[in-house]
Design a protein around this ligand. Structure first.
Ligand code: TRP
Length: 377
């Protein structure tokens, strides 16, 4: 479906418009996470269910059931996700990784984390050197989220080419140019690295199996814009003798300016960066965060606000208010007009700043840990 037809666009290189997730589920052919699936996950894990699952921020999947059934029998999966290092990390990146950390703890499994420096070099107008610097900077943010260093392995595409490339070419040989054109809408003007790239993102599903000489099931948590890569690659794995990976899909954290597209660091005004100071966070939220409040105090008290379009409320729901009761109360108070937009903003600022304070401390400490996380084969 084109953007013109649906009013929005979701693919690895563009997320824009007002996203209709129900439409997306149909278009992508993924399954919604239902109550049965939630129960299954609850029964398999000892940790309290992640708020992002309770609230269906992670809302869809591919083949999750078989991988959980195997887990139940004692056959553990590994997790695989990644980061395209082309700029600073913002709150929008964190959702998938905070959830991945929950999965790692809850299921006690290994995580393979890919940094696609090749991808960002090929797709962005940035130098190789700049991308290398972002790779390092982004690693600090990932480490700061508290992944288990003994169970987490970083792969950098250009640094671990010895492991990735042999698998990438096997995948590439089974994907035609016309498939890639169809899936991504590429025309003949694209550089040839872009055409090849999906096979690099596909490779980490195979690498741990090769290293351990065993077919290990793989679960990929991702934001749903990354699904097309795996839609193309999933058919290839069985042809190479590997199981299709399972996928669990997350929604996008909205940009400050409102419920369209996703937070992105190409415009610093619509993104909150993990390195922002308390003052910057305060300023950005107060100045730019789209509010579901009314124009005047009287109107707001009388008619109430709209939490469903309010960006601060969305941030609390996604990441910053794990307490369901508290979140519900805010929802009710804001909707009834008891809570004002300014009050919701200060509450959110405080929550984000207390998270970032801790994150920035851990981010500093992470500098000593980068080497530990990089896979040494
Ligand atoms: N392409 C992703 C990005 O631009 C990075 C990535 C690599 C990834 N491998 C992944 C994301 C696996 C999710 C799952 O951010």
């Amino acid at each position: 479906m084109t953007k013109k037809e649906s009013g929005f666009s979701v693919n690895p290189w563009e997320v824009s418009g007002k996203i209709d997730y129900d439409k997306l589920v149909k278009e992508f052919g993924v399954q919604l996470i239902d109550d049965k699936m939630i129960t299954l996950i609850k029964n398999l894990t000892k940790k309290e269910l992640s708020p992002m699952l309770r609230r269906r921020i992670f809302f869809a999947h591919r083949d999750l059931k078989p991988i959980l059934d195997e887990y139940k029998k004692g056959n553990k999966f590994f997790l695989y996700t990644g980061c395209g290092p082309s700029g600073p990390i913002h709150l929008g990146h964190l959702g998938t990784w905070v959830f991945t950390k929950w999965l790692q703890d809850a299921f006690d499994v290994e995580l393979w984390f890919q940094f696609t420096d090749d991808e960002k070099f090929l797709f962005k107008d940035k130098s190789y050197e700049e991308i290398q610097e972002w790779t390092y900077q982004n690693m600090l943010d990932v480490i700061a989220l508290g992944f288990d260093p003994k169970k987490t392995h970083f792969l950098v595409d250009t640094k671990h080419a010895n492991l990735l490339y042999p698998e990438a070419i096997k995948v590439a040989k089974k994907i035609t140019f016309s498939t890639v054109k169809g899936a991504f809408g590429f025309d003949d003007s694209r550089n040839i690295g872009e055409i090849f790239y999906t096979s690099m993102q596909a490779a980490p599903v195979i690498v741990p199996c090769v290293l351990k000489k065993k077919k290990i099931p793989c679960l990929i948590p991702l934001a749903i814009d990354q699904d097309p890569h795996f839609r193309v690659a999933r058919d290839v794995y069985p042809k190479l003798g590997y199981p299709k990976p399972a996928i669990i899909h997350g929604m996008f954290l909205p940009p400050l300016t409102g419920n369209e597209g996703k937070m992105s660091s190409s415009n610093a005004n619509v993104a909150i960066l993990t390195t922002d100071t308390e003052e910057e966070v305060k300023k950005k939220i107060n100045k730019y965060a789209f509010s579901g409040g009314r124009d005047t105090l009287e109107e707001h008290r009388k008619l109430g606000g709209n939490p469903d379009v309010d960006v601060c409320f969305q941030y609390l729901k996604f990441l910053f208010e794990p307490d369901d009761k508290k979140l519900e109360q805010i929802y009710r108070d804001y909707k009834s007009g008891k809570m004002l937009s300014g009050e919701l903003k200060s509450y959110t600022i405080e929550k984000i700043n207390s998270f970032l304070k801790e994150h920035q401390k851990k981010r500093e400490e992470a500098k000593k840990l980068v080497e530990t996380f990089l896979y040494k084969g």
